[in-house]
Design a protein around this ligand. Structure first.
Ligand code: C5P
Length: 271
């Protein structure tokens, strides 16, 4: 490797998240439709004598720059020393897969740089990492290791994070029932309107327990009630509003940014 390699780490959005069971080891069985935004973090890897990590960007504060960071562990697992730069544009511990998407991006960048596939089972880095290696629409099942890429119509969206971080294990612990119905079959290959109609009949089973942990999430969902569909992503606290029309998503984002200057609000397209 002689030149730096860069990779984009898009925000992951769980359009649905059905918790269908709990394994003996405490991990939950999930059934989730996942799409990715056109906003995200950016990682760069450069040749070096040892692994290092420098974190920049608006959400750098509090992000570890050592082996606690999944980027670092991804490089370790790949088995080559690199200096990693992480431009943190996404809020951390926010339900949009920031750390997992960053780790998947490090693997992609290192694959490009070293010209060989990552000798790593992405699941060993975290349950959300396998879907983040795909980085476009997919059905995720098992505890996250079963990933089936899907063809879905792009969906205009607004992502909103109220600035509270929610710990995923706490949200799972607050889940009343770990044994809920799976998703019904989705309209793969249908248009955005058909997808929105189907999504309205599905759920995020972590939304109620996350609201119990962080009540401001209910305020965010209320602020998004003008969207065709509003729901929380992952274990929160980021919520999304979906729209048939990109101009409506832009208008909603402008309105919410003005009304809630402390919130992180972004219009995007999910793919
Ligand atoms: O795999 P990851 O480190 O991202 O998971 C963080 C935590 O989320 C786990 O320790 C577990 O408490 C919870 N989790 C779960 N079931 C999953 C994924 C995560 O219970 N499928």
């Amino acid at each position: 490797m002689t030149t730096p390699a860069e990779a984009f780490a898009p925000a992951k959005v769980n359009l649905t998240l059905h918790v269908t069971g709990r394994r003996d080891d405490g991990y939950h069985l999930l059934d989730s439709l996942v799409m990715f935004a056109d906003i995200g973090d950016r990682v760069t890897v450069r040749p070096a004598d040892e692994i290092s990590l420098s974190v920049t960007g608006p959400f750098a504060e509090g992000v570890p720059n050592d082996a606690r960071n999944l980027c670092w562990r991804a490089a370790q697992a790949f088995g080559a020393p690199v200096a990693i730069t992480l431009d943190k544009q996404l809020p951390a511990a926010a339900g949009v897969g920031g750390g997992s998407s960053d780790a998947a991006a490090v693997l992609r960048a290192m694959e490009a740089a070293f010209g060989r596939p990552a000798p790593v089972d992405p699941l060993t880095l975290g349950a959300d990492v396998p879907v983040c290696t795909v980085a476009h629409a997919a059905h995720m099942a098992g505890i996250g290791e079963r990933v089936l890429p899907l063809t879905m119509a792009p969906i205009p969206a607004v992502l909103v994070n109220p600035g509270v971080s929610v710990a995923t294990p706490e949200v799972f612990a607050a889940l009343a029932s770990p044994d809920n119905a799976p998703m019904t079959p989705w309209p793969e290959g249908g248009g955005t309107a058909a997808t929105l109609r189907w999504l309205a009949t599905q759920r995020n089973d972590l939304q109620a327990p996350a609201i119990a942990c962080a009540p401001v999430i209910a305020e965010v969902l209320d602020a998004l009630k003008g969207a065709d569909l509003a729901r929380m992503s992952g274990s929160g606290a980021t919520c999304f509003g979906l729209f048939e029309d990109a101009a409506a998503a832009e208008a909603c984002a402008a309105e919410l940014s003005a009304a809630h200057p402390g919130w992180w609000v972004r219009a995007t397209t999910l793919r």
